[in-house]
Design a protein around this ligand. Structure first.
Ligand code: DX5
Ligand code: ZN
Length: 232
């Protein structure tokens, strides 16, 4: 298994101090900033858009991993690409033409990802593998931070990993497998053992006090436990 990436979700950050918060997670060893976009239509919550992405961009050198929980999707893609996003993922239920949306993301110079809700079948990736850079499995229903990890995500991860490896055997191309929701210090090893290589963690990271290196401590613990699984 390749390197493990940890992507703290700023959904649980202090929004009044967002620049400081993203700098703090980069210093603490984050690989990506996970950026949750909710529209009060596809999901019952409302968060942040391209202006906030643009505002945090100069504060970090790591990639910004934009998770679109919006419907429709396409009009926002050029705006997020321009605002400095590096990866853009969306839910297939929210786009009429999934293949076209994936291509649109790539045409704007970003890596493209497809997000699977707990009840969304993995077969939806089958005919677009060549346009995917990232598969994101939701381990909670999207819309809120701080929810509990849904255990059936583990067998689903193993199944997604098999599909990704089968595609890699044919094309040699790597597709990241990301998990989002309820990832904690005490379950990250099982999640990585099931095949994930990119872990979103919101409340686990930002729930720690940042004074006296709390973010760094929890990031180190996440990485240590994840590494144990990937070595075993
Ligand atoms: C949920 C979001 C997640 C969420 C994760 O819809 O996509 O990124 O912030 O938060 P935790 O890690 O607290 O479950
Ligand atoms: Zn997310």
């Amino acid at each position: 298994m390749s390197a493990i990436r940890i992507a703290p979700s700023i959904l649980s950050a202090d929004f009044a101090r967002l620049g400081e918060e993203v700098r703090a997670i980069e210093t603490a060893g984050a690989d990506l900033v996970h950026f949750d976009v909710m529209d009060n239509h596809y999901v019952p919550n409302l968060t942040i858009g391209p202006l906030v992405c643009e505002a945090i961009r100069p504060h970090v050198t790591i990639g910004i991993d934009v998770h679109l929980m919006v419907e429709p999707v396409d009009a926002l893609i050029p705006l997020f690409a321009k605002a400095g996003a590096n990866l853009i993922s969306f839910h297939p239920e929210a786009s009429r033409h999934v293949d076209r949306t994936l291509q649109l993301i790539r045409d704007h110079g970003c890596k493209a990802g497809l997000v699977f809700n707990p009840a969304t079948p993995l077969a939806l990736m089958d005919h677009v593998m060549d346009k995917l850079d990232l598969v994101l499995l939701m381990s909670v229903n999207p819309g809120f931070g701080g929810q509990k990890f849904i255990p059936s995500t583990l067998p689903k991860l193993r199944a997604a990993r098999r599909r990704i490896e089968a595609a890699r055997a044919e094309t040699g191309r790597e597709i990241w497998l990301e998990v989002d929701g309820g990832v904690k210090v005490d379950n990250i090893a099982d999640i990585v053992a099931a095949g994930a290589d990119t872990l979103v963690a919101g409340s686990a990271v930002f729930g720690a006090p940042d004074n006296d290196g709390g973010y760094r401590n929890v990031m180190n613990e996440l990485r240590r436990n994840a590494a144990q699984a990937s070595n075993s």
